[in-house]
Structures are given as structure tokens and as C-alpha cells.
Design a binder for this molecule. Structure first.
Ligand code: NAP
Length: 452
């Protein structure tokens, strides 16, 4: 029997992996796709990154389910690629291999005392139930003031979760453990600091507006700086071109004070670069910057002045970072797998049959819709190569044997049916608590539920 088929392996079961797979299936009836995911659970940051109070953002999971239910797709959950199942093995056994492994670390500040700082990525993963983040135990009780470093949407997500009444989160899919910890949370004042000014923030208007809706919360900022930046000729010109930014400056203008004595405050601090963390009492020392250059690409230039912020919890939210995987070139400066339109390159050479999609392709920026569009471009490159005849057909029986020899079997692998069983268990647990789901947060427990 001829078992030669057009098989593609997708490494990573997050949004980038699923959207790449979906496009391949939609555009080519003969393609078979195997999705490899290191965790027993698929959906990556949609499950473990999107804030629990943003359920509408998770609607894309319905599309991922449709893709996983396609008979041409097989899910290999709990199957990390790298050690026993190497990228080289996949490249031998599949016509195309798409790397969609995202960004699993974060950027660091590189300052003395950084070990006292908690990664915002980990904090988000903790309240969303990622197994490896469950030991985090963020300090929510030693002080009423926290600092978040960074002016992106992840920073705003963390601030909102910390300042929202936990009763409002009760009906979301936040984990029970996080909910209980947040009920003991004493943090009432958050300083969210960035190294540049109001015109250089990375967060977006919708997320900023949500902060204005938190009952009893007053927002504080340096209004003089806001007015001077927005009112300068260059500022006006930029705001004329960027409607989203103009809307945000309007929100800040309408909803902030210069100072506040309220019981709950959210202070947006500008021109602050963390310099060191000192203890007893815990303090984040920051250098005060001035801006140089046109607003759009303005640089933060340190001055001699410093300011100290006494606080308990400090979160670092300055962006995610990808890590390399053996068998695939890695650009350690840009922290991506080098590629031309999704085809992985080594120097000037294209590596035949190797593709990349998502944050590992372009860096840790953009919302799910950006990842979808970008995944389609990678899939289209692969489809064009099928048309050109550069993607080889491979033998499914032999590739399944090779996977089995590398230790992939029905006891270790989580199939789509297995995942559905776990998801159903989570829905039922959630239902009892009036939540959409109660996530299982331990890999051993996940496997017991799946395989019992
Ligand atoms: P981000 O948007 O890139 O923001 C990173 C922030 O960190 C910026 O303010 C940046 O300031 C600052 N930063 C970087 N390096 C720094 C350093 N060495 N020292 C001090 N500050 C530094 O990253 P993110 O918040 O992690 O978000 C990642 C992506 O996910 C974004 O595209 C975001 O929109 C998306 N996301 C969306 C949502 C949503 O739609 N609700 C939620 C979460 C995440 P500079 O500009 O000065 O570099």
C-alpha cells in the first residue's frame, strides 16, 4: 500500500500554530497536519495569556476547535519538541515543519536587585493557571503599593486584575487559587512607570478606558508633561495622524489628576528608568529621563536626577522574549528565527521545508488578529512551495513508527479527543462554581483525568 502523503508538522498549539494549520487545510484538500504542543492543553496564550475578564478575546478557540476536529488534523499534546522528538526528526519525517513556538521568556532590565522583581508574564500565567507558574506566590499583602514597569497592554492587564474587586472576577475563568489570593490582596496603589512619555506608550485606548471604569479608582499623572507633550507642534502633528493615540491622550486628559488622596489610585509615571531595587524597606530607585528627538521615535536620555518608589510587589512588564530551539537557526539579537516571509533562512540560504509563524517569526508584538494574518502569510508560502513541488511527500506509517521510537505513544500523547475530555471536566468543575471553566493547573492531574 502506498502511504506517501503530504504531511506538515506544526510545532506549537497556540494561535499561530492553529491559524497556520487552518489556512493550509482550507487551501489544500490533500494536506495532513500534525500539531505538536509541549503542554497537555492547546491554545497557548489564548488560554494562558488573555486576561480572564476579556472572554470575548477567547472566542477564537471555537475556530481552533473546528480546526482540531478536521479529520486531516492530529493533535499531539504533551509532546515537547527538542529532546527525544527533535526538529531534525520532524524534518526527516514531514514534508514541511512550521515552528510556531511563541515567546516563553521575558526581557530583563539587568539591574541590581532584579531578583526581587516578578515577571508580569509569569504573573499573568499564574492567574491564568499555567502549570509551571503555579508556585509563583506573588506578594500581594506586605504593602499597599505596587510598581509595574512598562507601558504595554500586559502591564495594564496586570494593573486591572490587581485593582479590580475580586468578586467581579468570580464569574470568569481565573483560577480558584488566584481568586483566593486576590481576595487577600492589600494592593490599593499602583505606579505604572515607563521610560518615555505619554506619546510613546504601547498600550491601547480600549484597555486604558477600562481603567477609568474601576469603581473608586482615581487616575494620576503628570498633567504638565501631558499638556506640554500633546500641545507641542510635533505632538499635535503626531496626534493628527494617530487617532488611537489621540483618543488615549483624551482619556488621560479627562480622567487624571496631578495627585490624589483616594483609597485606590493608579499612577502613570513617565520618564522613569528603573536603576535598582533596595530592601528594608523595599524601594525601586529610578533614574529620571528627558526625551530627545521627534515624538514618534523619541529616545529616553537619563538625567542626574533620581526618584525612589517604596513598594511591595514589583512587576516587570517590558515585553516577552523567544528562546532558540536546536535544529533551527536563531537570530539572538532580534530573538526570532530568521526568515523571509515565513521561510526559515540560514545566512542567505532558505532552508527547504522549514517555516516559522507567530511571535517567534516577527517578535512578541501584536494581538491575535495580527498573528492570524501573519500565520496566513506563512501558510501561503508553504502552499506556494507545494505548488512548486519543493515539498516532498512522506510515508505516514514510517513517520508514525519514528515518533513511536522517540517515545510518543497513546499514554504520553494527548489527542484531540483526550483534550475534549479534559475540557469537559473543566467546564463541569466551573459550572459548579458559576464559572465558564475551572482550569486544571497541574500536568500530572491533567494526565490522570485524560487517561483514566
Ligand atoms: P509591549 O506592548 O511591547 O510593551 C512593552 C513596554 O515595555 C513598552 O512600554 C516599552 O517601552 C517597555 N520597555 C521595553 N524594554 C524596556 C526597558 N529595557 N526598560 C524599560 N521599559 C522597557 O509588550 P507587552 O505589553 O508585553 O505586550 C505584547 C503584545 O501583546 C503587544 O502587542 C500587546 O498589544 C499585546 N497584548 C494585547 C492585549 C490586549 O489587546 N488586551 C493584552 C496583552 C497583550 P519603550 O516603548 O520605551 O520600549
Amino acid at each position: 500500500m502506498n502511504s506517501k502523503v503530504l504531511q506538515v508538522a506544526v510545532v506549537g498549539g497556540g494561535a499561530a500554530g492553529f491559524y497556520t494549520a487552518g489556512r493550509l487545510l482550507a487551501r489544500h484538500s490533500g494536506v495532513l497536519v500534525d500539531i505538536f504542543e509541549r503542554l497537555p492543553t492547546p491554545h497557548g496564550l489564548v488560554r494562558y495569556g488573555v486576561a480572564p475578564d476579556h472572554p470575548e478575546v477567547k472566542n477564537c478557540q471555537t475556530r481552533f476547535e473546528e480546526i482540531a476536529n478536521d479529520p486531516r488534523v492530529r493533535l499531539f499534546g504533551n509532546t515537547p519538541i527538542g529532546n527525544r522528538v527533535s526538529v531534525d526528526l520532524l524534518r526527516q519525517q514531514y514534508g514541511g515543519v512550521v515552528m510556531a513556538i511563541g515567546a516563553d521568556k521575558d526581557r530583563e532590565l539587568g539591574i541590581p536587585g532584579e531578583q526581587q522583581i516578578v515577571s508580569a508574564r509569569q504573573f499573568v500565567a499564574w492567574y491564568n493557571g499555567l502549570p509551571e507558574a503555579q508556585e509563583l506566590r506573588p506578594d500581594l499583602t506586605s504593602d499597599d503599593t505596587a510598581v509595574i514597569v512598562g507601558h504595554g497592554n500586559v502591564a495594564l492587564d496586570c494593573a486591572r486584575i490587581l485593582l479590580t474587586d475580586p468578586d467581579k472576577l468570580r464569574a470568569t475563568d481565573i483560577t480558584q487559587q488566584a481568586l483566593e489570593a486576590l481576595q487577600r490582596n492589600r494592593i490599593r496603589h499602583i505606579h505604572m512607570i515607563g521610560r518615555r512619555g505619554p506619546l510613546q506608550v504601547s498600550f491601547t485606548a480600549k484597555e486604558l478606558r477600562e481603567m477609568t471604569k474601576i469603581p473608586g479608582l482615581e487616575m494620576v499623572t503628570d498633567r504638565e508633561l501631558l499638556t506640554s507633550q500633546c500641545g507641542s507642534d510635533e505632538g499635535k502633528e503626531l496626534l493628527g495622524r494617530k487617532r488611537g493615540l489621540k483618543r488615549m491622550m483624551g482619556i488621560l486628559d479627562n480622567h487624571t489628576k496631578n495627585r490624589s488622596e483616594a483609597e485606590k489610585t493608579f499612577t502613570l509615571g513617565f520618564l522613569r528608568t528603573p536603576q535598582q531595587v533596595t530592601m528594608d524597606p523595599k524601594t525601586l530607585r529610578c533614574q529620571i529621563n528627558q526625551l530627545e528627538g521627534a515624538p514618534e521615535g523619541a529616545k529616553a536620555i537619563p538625567t542626574e536626577r533620581i526618584t525612589d518608589i517604596p513598594c511591595g510587589l514589583i512587576l516587570r512588564s517590558i515585553g516577552y522574549a523567544s528562546t532558540p530551539l536546536e535544529g533551527v537557526p536563531f537570530d539572538s539579537r532580534r530573538r526570532i528565527m530568521p526568515n523571509v516571509a515565513g521561510r526559515v533562512t540560514h545566512g542567505k540560504e532558505l532552508i527547504e521545508g522549514l517555516y516559522v509563524s507567530g511571535w517567534i517569526k516577527r517578535g512578541p508584538l501584536g494581538v491575535i488578529a495580527t498573528t492570524m494574518q501573519d500565520a496566513y502569510r506563512t501558510a501561503d508560502a508553504l502552499l506556494a512551495d507545494i505548488q512548486q513541488g519543493t515539498i516532498k511527500q512522506t510515508d505516514r506509517i514510517k513517520s508514525d513508527q519514528a515518533l513511536a521510537e522517540a517515545g510518543v505513544n497513546d499514554m504520553t500523547r494527548v489527542s484531540n479527543e483526550d483534550w475534549k475530555r479534559l475540557a469537559e471536566h473543566e467546564f463541569q468543575r466551573g459550572q459548579r462554581r458559576g464559572k465558564p471553566r475551572e482550569k486544571v493547573t497541574n500536568v500530572g492531574e491533567m494526565m490522570r483525568i485524560i487517561k483514566r
